[in-house]
Design a protein around this ligand. Structure first.
Ligand SMILES: *Cc1c(COP(=O)(O)O)cnc(C)c1O
Length: 498
């Protein structure tokens, strides 16, 4: 099998094995790791139809993580996709009117972040062993709400790994916040940041680039790594479910073998939709990738005009996990649509850092032809939730509703009735306040926790165990800090750790 190596998007020419790239998280020059070629699965598309999630996971990951041997990778897969998920299928596909919702939220923290984060600790453990790593790993992760809990849950109690999560103090839902601050496990630390997600993500990226601080951590026995989708150990496992969703549609007779589908992804950091783009590049018959944004519609403008401009108001919306103006993973797309021109990517990223904007060449714009970008207002998002509930008694969360709203716009503009797979990224139970308000204004006055019971009453599925008694759990993490205090808080945590 062809060996795959990883290199930086910004020109550092060194090649890394997948295990090295997973351990390191981000390249030293500030770029993101990308595979030196994208594996081709065209000839295996027919054989995936009968695979279960684990088999398919193994197949896809084995093409990318070529320095893992079969038993190592199968063990990672086996441990990740087990009874932590509340369905044996791991991912469920629901046909509702004319669209197919791919429910990616059956994991322990009720959002699609579990799909990759449940395997990442195992990938890291194996990677550490392979590289005779003699330091402990310190995971430093910024979250717009869902990554944080998923990472805490999966790394809690893992030997020789510690994890610190930074979340925007007033930028996540009540339930998201409670899920994080009640996290158990001595090796976990949760910090509320006075700022928004971009501040948290930029703070984390700056720490990765800070060689003085990294040396200090190294002397204390730690090496930094990331659980954000900037880590290829996060990104690659996300490719799997696009193959799985497609295979399910074939198996159910909803599409013919090799029939093309469209895919809609509610997008923030551009990780999930990038995984879909990789799947397409590997041969999965995807026609259009529909990139759905909320009021923070920086990607809509980018896809339509070729200009990325983050100099705009930041909105805190009812789909907080998409409240992002700096979509990190777009850098990997820029790399691909510039024909792997690292100096071009580096220039664009420098421009983003200094001016907050960049514009791409006509040639690169042509590379965006597979994408459609649009956004949904909060009103449109709420209306979509109500529409689907009224017609089909099916509840979607606010992020998925952004995707559905944008799909309706696409359909109206293009009349393209290719079958469509919508990534359903979170359980409605995670955003009860906004979802219930969409159904009836009488719910506006109730708090998130009472609304869990109300949601259950109106006939929705059972309350997931993980949030059933969340309200009564002890708050274990109370640190709140400003941007310039992050380093101190990290050192405090490590120094107090016994
Ligand atoms: C993280 C998240 C998104 C955005 O995904 P990206 O990979 O950051 O684009 C969308 N919806 C939910 C519920 C999320 O948690």
């Amino acid at each position: 099998m062809k060996q795959i190596f990883y290199k930086s998007t910004r020109g550092d020419r060194r090649l890394f094995t997948s295990s090295q790239a997973i351990l390191q998280g981000i390249s030293e020059d500030g770029g993101l790791f990308v595979p030196d070629s994208i594996p081709d699965l065209t000839h295996e598309i027919n054989s995936i139809v009968d695979m279960n999630y684990k088999e398919l996971s193994y197949l896809v990951m084995s093409k990318f993580f070529t320095d893992f041997d079969e038993s190592e990778l199968r063990e990672c897969v086996g441990r990740a996709y087990d009874s932590k998920f509340d369905t044996e299928n791991i991912v469920e596909l629901k046909k509702v009117s004319n669209v197919y919702f791919m429910e990616l939220y059956h994991g322990p923290t009720l959002a699609f972040k579990d799909m990759a984060l449940s395997i990442l600790p195992y990938l890291m453990k194996v990677s550490a062993k392979k590289n005779d790593f003699n330091k402990d790993i310190l995971i430093l992760t910024a979250t717009s709400g869902d990554t944080g809990k998923a990472a805490l849950e999966s790394f809690s109690g893992v030997d020789r790994i510690k994890i610190i999560v930074l979340f925007p103090k007033n930028g996540v839902s009540k339930i998201q916040e409670m899920q994080m601050v009640t996290q158990e496990g001595d090796n976990t630390c949760v910090i509320g940041l006075n700022g928004n997600f971009d501040d948290a993500q930029t703070g984390v990226k700056n720490i990765f680039k800070d060689s003085f601080f990294n040396k200090k951590l190294f002397d204390m026995g730690y090496v930094l790594s990331s659980a954000n989708s900037i880590n290829i150990g996060r990104l690659i496992p996300q490719i799997v479910y696009y193959f799985y969703g497609y295979a399910s549609m074939v198996k159910n007779g909803q599409i013919d073998k090799n029939e093309k589908i469209n895919v809609v992804v509610p997008t923030g950091n551009f990780g999930n939709i990038l995984a879909a783009y990789y799947a397409k590049s590997m041969g999965l018959p995807i026609k259009k990738l529909i990139c759905a944004s909320n009021d923070n519609n920086v990607l809509t403008d980018f896809i339509n005009k070729g200009i990325y401009d983050k100099n705009r108001d930041f909105f805190v919306t009812i789909s907080p996990s998409m409240d992002i103006l700096i979509s990190s993973n777009l850098e990997r797309l820029l790399y691909l649509i510039s024909d792997c021109d690292c100096s071009e990517v580096k220039q664009l990223m420098n421009s983003l850092n200094t001016n907050g904007e960049y514009s791409i060449s006509q040639n690169m714009k042509d590379g965006l032809r597979d994408f459609y970008g649009n956004f949904a207002t909060q009103k449109e998002t709420l209306d979509s939730i109500k529409e689907i509930f009224d017609s089909d008694k099916y509840l979607i969360d606010t992020h998925t509703a952004v995707a559905y709203s944008v799909y309706k716009k696409y359909l109206e503009e293009t009349n393209d009735n290719t079958k469509v797979l919508i990534a359903s990224t979170a359980s409605p139970y995670k955003f009860t306040k906004f979802v219930m308000k969409a159904l009836d204004s009488k719910y506006s006055y109730m708090d998130d926790f009472s609304l869990i019971k109300e949601m259950n009453k109106i006939g929705f599925v059972n309350i997931p165990d993980s949030i059933n008694d969340l309200e009564n759990k002890e708050i274990l993490h109370k640190i709140v800090c400003d941007k310039n205090q992050i380093r101190t808080k990290i050192l405090d945590f490590l120094n107090n750790y016994k």
